[in-house]
Each structure stands twice: as structure tokens, then as C-alpha cells.
Design a binder for this molecule. Structure first.
Ligand SMILES: Nc1ncnc2c1ncn2[C@@H]1O[C@H](COP(=O)(O)OP(=O)(O)OP(=O)(O)O)[C@@H](O)[C@H]1O
Ligand SMILES: [Mg+2]
Length: 654
């Protein structure tokens, strides 16, 4: 297959059935986000997963106060389902309130019939009516419960999906520097554990708080309609329980926070342990790792024990308070009955009402720990949602195509946590189609320059211009559709070779895939794999050698047919033979597009149009290979050193 087939102009012409299967614009394949093709499950996604991003944003903008604004807004948004399910709850739980009223009615009818105050037939009639009312109220429970749970479940499931989805969208919108600083384990903990706790918070609200408040209000209303003095006694339950909750809430909140932070830290530690597994085993450091992770585990256990003790103390105090009040209620009602202010049947009525009211209040009070965990989790999710380091692309300049001119105009860059400038006063003008090689000692800033071109990093001062327009005005996500990067470390995922090469592309032709495979010198590798290109390569491509992985990332870059190609030490992991083939491939496929090549082995950049020599972030020399060799300056020095090292390495290997 001729390399020229890879040049942009040629690849735009599509013919044959393969071409019908793909969509190509401006010489490149389209991926899911830009093809304009409707996502298969669009309807479902909009219906099932609500977009909650703006709720988080509003929460922070309005008062500058982040806490729980989101919670209130979600409650407001779901007012209708909450309201209807509450009404249904009243209906569903009707037997609970009717039972004491009907019981008191029956006892009174029996005592009055026994005392001869009413006829027996009248008492039987009253008992029959009460029995029918009770039976009907019990029978409606099943359909009403089902209806209520359906409404609630829909609301809770979509809220849960909405929160998880907006966390994912936020993570994807964060800048690469923020993403690099994030600890995977911590984020996983936030995504899985904390979003679940937030779900529980809403489920608590819907399934426990609202029903219990309604139940307590109805019971209190019945008591009030019967006897004002007893109702006043009932009302004492609320302030006493509120005071008790206030006494404990601060402590519970702070212990919950400590527990959450320790859990996140343990999760982060575990991820590090898994990532370091090979190194740990290679150095026989298993026991050291076990000890380190155990320390995190016991930290979580300690925090958990502390919080459990506080919960237990709080629960016990709440129980004592309410049981004491319940006993006091019996005595109070008995005194009223002795004075003839209430009937004997009413003692039973008030006592069972009091028990249910204090039961509801206790249920609410006992929710304090779960509520506290839920609000803490909400704060944790808000930490991600309110992160400011976001790559803003909305409203930025659309980038349907680019030519490939790249210009650095007095660019300075230093990392946010660094003290010195990593790129210093770099000015460079690259015409579309030119090939620029960047060389220099390790740490001289080569990868940083590449990241500036990709838009991962923004200059501290100076400008980067693409086709004469400032890069910071571009929609970077669209801009990057015109770039392909072969990074220093190959990044592969668990899946087949085919999936790794065509990552993110919805359509591609088999012909183009084969071209990419051939150019990246992967054919020999694929022959040895059990299922060829459809072989699963394991997590991070662990079943392949470093060189093989690198060639897959090269094929991934090539199949996208980009206008700007970046090779950051792309051939560093290849053996001499593979390097020769890939180098030949790179030389062919770079024709017609702007290319930046970072290389340690200086012999590989002989054909570059220009070579930049970097030293401590500054460009100290530039020119063609011949010019620089003739000049006998920095590049000549580097090259001589490089040759000696290569020779030593080759001798050591032979
Ligand atoms: N995220 C970061 N935060 C702070 N400093 C960083 C970061 N990344 C790189 N640096 C520093 O910037 C300097 C240049 O790094 P860079 O990766 O650009 O070097 P390089 O020339 O590509 O080196 P190599 O040839 O080893 O790949 C180094 O001193 C490095 O420590
Ligand atoms: Mg580098």
C-alpha cells in the first residue's frame, strides 16, 4: 500500500463500498460527538437522565454559599411527584390513624351498652360500621402503595442518574491539569459512594421524612380536635426532640466528614496499591504495601467506631426521652380521666396517638445520622461540581477545519505549582505541512511545548496562533479533532486491538484500518496474536510489549488522518528494526500535514524541515540537520553524545 494514500488530499476521495460506510469531512473521520448522527438512545437519555449541571452552578453563583443549595433545588424541581406521593401516603396509611379512633369508638360503644346508656343493637351497628370502614381502608393499601412507590421510584432513579451523569460530564470538562492532579481512587469514592449517599438522602426525604411529618401532623390534628390540653402535651415532643438533635448534630456532622475523608483516602491508597502491584512484587515489598494499606483501613475503622458510638449515644438519648414522655402521657391522661375531662376509651386513643406521634418524631430524629451523611456526601460531590478549572468551550470559535499553520509568539509557561518557567520566550512560526523536530535534554520542556500546542496548557504570557488565530479563542474540543498525538507513554484500554485503534470513531473502513496497521508496522504483531486484530489486549494493553503498544497508538493517530500530528518520543520504546519501519512510516504519513516530532534518538529526525534545540525551556538553536551539524553548536554536542551512548548500548546488547 502506497504511503501517498495516507496523504490528506488522496484520502478525501472515497470510492467503493467501503467509502459508503464512512463519513469524512475535510479529510478526516468523524467521531460520535461531531458526526451529527443522533445518539441511538437520545430519547431515553433525555427522559431518564436529567441535566443537573446548571443547578450546581446556580447554587454557587447566587449567594456564594455552596451548601445544600442543590438539594433545595432538586426538591423544588420534584415538587409534583413529592406532593402526589405524599397525598397517596395519607391514603395508604389511613388504617394507622383510623385504628385508634375506631378502637376508642368501639370501646365506648361497648362500655355504654354494658352500662345501659345505649341499646345493644345501637352498639352492634356502631361496631359494624367501624369494621367496614377499617376493612375498606385496609384493602386500598395495596394499589395505593404500588402507585405511590412507582411515582417515588421514578423520581429517585432519575435524580440518581442525573447526579451521576452530571459528575461524569463535569469530570470530562475539567482541564487536563486538574484531571492529572485528581486521585483516581478519591474520584471513584465520590462517584460511587457519595452519589449513593446523596441518593439515600433523597430517598430518605421521600420515603421517611415527608410521610412521617404528614403522619405526625394528622395524629396531632386528630388529638387537637378531640382535646386541646392533651394536644398541647403532645406538642412538647417536638421541641424536646429538636433540642436533643441540635446538641448532637454538630458532632455527628464533623465525625461524618472525618469518616468520608478517611474513606476517600483509603480508596486512593488502594488504587495506588493496584497500580504499583508489579513494582511492589518486583521489589518484594508486599508486606510494606500491606502495612501501608492496613494503616488506611484502620483509620477508616477508627473513624467508623467513633461515629457509631456517637450514633448509639444519640439514639439512646432519643429513646429515653420519648419513652419517658410516653409514660408521662399515660399518667397525664389518667389524671384527666379521673377528673372526668376525658372518657376511659380516650385514654387508649390518646396513648396510642402519642405513641405514634412520638414514633414519627423519633423516626425523624433517628434520621439525623443518615441526613448528616447525605449532606456530607452532597458537599463531596459539590467539590467536583464546583471545581473552577474547567475547559470552557461553549461560545468559543468553531473549528470545522484547519490548515495547520502554528505560531508561538513570545510564549512563556510555568506550571501552577512550579516556580521556574518551563518554556521561556519561545517564538516559532511553522507553515502548514512543515515537519519540526524538537530535541533537548530530559526536562528541557519538550513535552510541555507539545501540550501547549494541543491546548492542554495555556501560556502564562505570549500567544499561540493556529492559522493566524489565537488558540485560546478556539473551541478546543473541536480543534483537537484535527490533531493526533502519539504520546510518550502509550495509553491503551482493555479491549481488542481494533477497538483501541478506532477509539471514538463511529465509522471507518476496513481498508483504512489496514493501512494504519501496515504503516504502524503492526502486521507482524497481529499475525502472532490468537485472534489477530480482534484479540483482547488486557487492561492497559498489559498482554503486549512496550513497542507493540506504541505501534497501536501510532495506528490510532494515523487512522484519524489529522492536519497536525504530534509524536512525543513515539519511537522510544521500539527496537531498532521496528523503529526503522515506523520511522519510514512516519516520514511518509507526515507529508502534507504539520508535524512535531520529539525524539531522543537524534538520527531519527534527519529529514525534519527544522530542528529546535531546547535548553531549560528556551530554544537555543534551530535549523536543518545539516545546518546544525555544520554549525557545531549545541545540536552537534548532543548528537555526538547521543552517538556515543547508542554505540555503548549496542555493544552492551551484542
Ligand atoms: N504537571 C507538572 N507540574 C509541575 N512541573 C512539571 C509538570 N510536568 C512537567 N513538569 C516539569 O517541567 C519540566 C519539563 O518537563 P517536560 O515533560 O516538558 O520535559 P521533557 O523535555 O519532555 O523531558 P523528557 O525528555 O524527559 O520527556 C520538568 O522539569 C518537569 O519536572
Ligand atoms: Mg517529554
Amino acid at each position: 500500500m502506497a504511503f501517498s494514500a495516507w496523504q490528506r488530499r488522496d484520502s478525501r476521495k472515497k470510492s467503493g463500498p467501503a467509502a459508503d460506510k464512512k463519513t469524512k469531512e475535510n479529510g478526516r473521520f468523524m467521531d460520535r460527538s461531531e458526526s451529527g448522527e443522533k445518539p441511538r438512545n437520545k430519547q431515553e437519555r433525555i427522559d431518564v437522565i436529567p441535566d443537573y449541571d446548571y443547578l450546581f452552578t446556580e447554587s454557587t453563583n447566587k449567594k456564594g454559599k455552596k451548601k445544600n443549595g442543590f438539594f433545595g433545588k432538586i426538591v423544588k424541581m420534584n415538587f409534583c411527584p413529592l406532593f402526589f406521593s405524599s397525598l397517596l401516603y395519607v391514603l395508604q396509611a389511613a388504617p394507622v390513624w383510623l385504628m385508634p379512633v375506631l378502637t376508642a369508638d368501639i370501646i365506648d360503644a361497648v362500655t355504654m351498652a354494658a352500662g345501659g346508656q345505649v341499646a345493644v343493637s345501637q352498639a352492634v351497628k356502631t361496631i359494624s360500621i367501624d369494621a367496614v370502614i377499617l376493612a375498606l381502608s385496609i384493602l386500598q393499601n395495596e394499589p395505593t402503595t404500588l402507585f405511590r412507590v412507582t411515582i417515588m421510584s421514578k423520581m429517585l432513579r432519575s435524580t440518581s442518574a442525573g447526579i451521576k451523569s452530571c459528575v461524569v460530564r463535569k469530570l470530562q470538562s475539567l482541564s487536563i491539569t486538574y484531571a492529572k492532579d485528581m486521585e483516581t481512587g478519591r474520584i471513584q469514592s465520590k462517584f460511587l459512594k457519595d452519589t449513593d449517599s446523596v441518593d439515600s438522602l433523597f430517598s430518605c426525604l421521600a420515603q421517611t421524612i415527608i410521610p412521617n411529618v404528614i403522619s405526625a401532623l394528622i395524629s396531632a390534628a386528630i388529638a387537637l380536635s378531640k382535646n386541646g390540653i392533651v394536644a398541647l402535651f403532645f406538642l412538647c415532643v417536638v421541641p424536646l426532640n429538636v433540642i436533643l438533635s441540635r446538641l448532637f448534630s454538630k458532632r455527628i456532622r464533623s465525625e461524618n466528614r472525618a469518616f468520608r475523608l478517611r474513606t476517600e483516602s483509603m480508596s486512593g491508597r488502594l488504587t495506588t496499591m493496584l497500580e504499583m502491584m508489579t513494582v511492589t512484587k518486583a521489589h518484594g515489598l508486599e508486606q510494606t504495601e500491606i502495612a501501608a494499606v492496613n494503616k488506611s483501613i484502620s483509620g477508616v475503622a477508627d473513624a467508623g467506631l467513633k461515629i457509631d458510638k456517637t450514633y448509639a449515644r444519640f439514639g439512646s438519648w432519643a429513646w429515653c426521652l420519648n419513652t419517658f414522655l410516653s409514660g408521662a402521657c399515660v399518667v397525664f391522661c389518667a389524671v384527666l380521666a379521673l377528673k372526668g375531662k376525658i372518657s376511659v376509651g380516650d385514654i387508649v386513643l390518646y396513648q396510642s396517638m402519642f405513641v405514634s406521634i412520638s414514633g414519627y418524631v423519633m423516626a425523624l430524629v433517628n434520621l439525623l445520622p443518615s441526613l448528616s451523611t447525605g449532606f456530607e456526601a452532597l458537599d463531596s460531590v459539590a467539590e467536583i461540581m464546583n471545581a473552577k478549572d474547567v475547559e470552557m468551550n461553549i461560545g468559543k470559535r468553531e473549528v470545522p477545519s484547519i490548515r495547520g499553520d502554528v505560531e508561538f509568539d513570545h510564549v512563556f509557561y510555568k506550571y501552577p505549582d512550579g516556580e521556574r518557567y518551563i518554556v521561556r520566550d519561545l517564538s516559532l512560526s511553522v507553515k502548514a505541512g512543515e515537519c519540526i523536530a524538537v530535541v533537548g535534554a530530559s526536562g528541557s520542556g519538550k513535552s510541555t511545548i507539545m501540550n501547549l500546542i494541543i491546548g492542554f496548557l495555556t501560556p502564562v504570557s505570549g500567544r499561540i496562533l493556529i492559522d493566524g488565530k489565537p488558540l485560546d479563542e478556539f473551541n478546543l474540543s473541536q480543534y483537537r479533532h484535527h490533531i493526533s498525538v502519539v504520546p510518550q507513554n502509550s495509553i491503551l484500554f482493555a479491549g481488542t486491538v481494533r477497538e483501541n485503534i478506532t477509539y471514538g470513531l463511529t465509522r471507518y473502513s476496513e481498508e483504512d484500518l489496514q493501512k494504519a496497521v501496515k504503516i504502524a508496522d503492526l502486521e507482524e504483531v497481529l499475525k502472532d496474536l490468537p485472534n489477530g486484530i480482534d484479540t483482547d489486549i488486557g487492561e492497559h494493553g498489559d498482554k503486549l510489549s512496550g513497542g507493540q503498544k506504541q505501534r497501536i497508538t501510532i495506528a490510532r493517530a494515523l487512522i484519524r488522518n489529522p492536519e497536525i500530528l504530534i509524536f512525543d518520543e513515539a519511537t522510544s520504546a521500539l527496537d531498532n528494526v521496528s523503529e526503522y519501519h515506523v520511522q519510514k512510516a512516519i516520514s511518509a504519513c507526515i507529508k502534507g500535514r504539520t508535524t512535531f516530532i520529539v525524539a531522543h534518538r537524534l538520527s531519527t529526525i534527519r529529514d525534519a524541515d527544522r530542528i529546535l534545540v531546547m535548553e531549560n525551556g528556551a530554544c537555543v538553536e534551530s535549523g536543518t540537520y545539516e545546518e546544525l551539524m555544520e554549525k557545531k553548536g549545541k545540536f552537534y554536542e548532543l548528537k555526538s553524545l547521543n552517538d556515543i551512548n547508542t554505540k555503548i548500548a549496542e555493544e552492551a546488547l551484542s
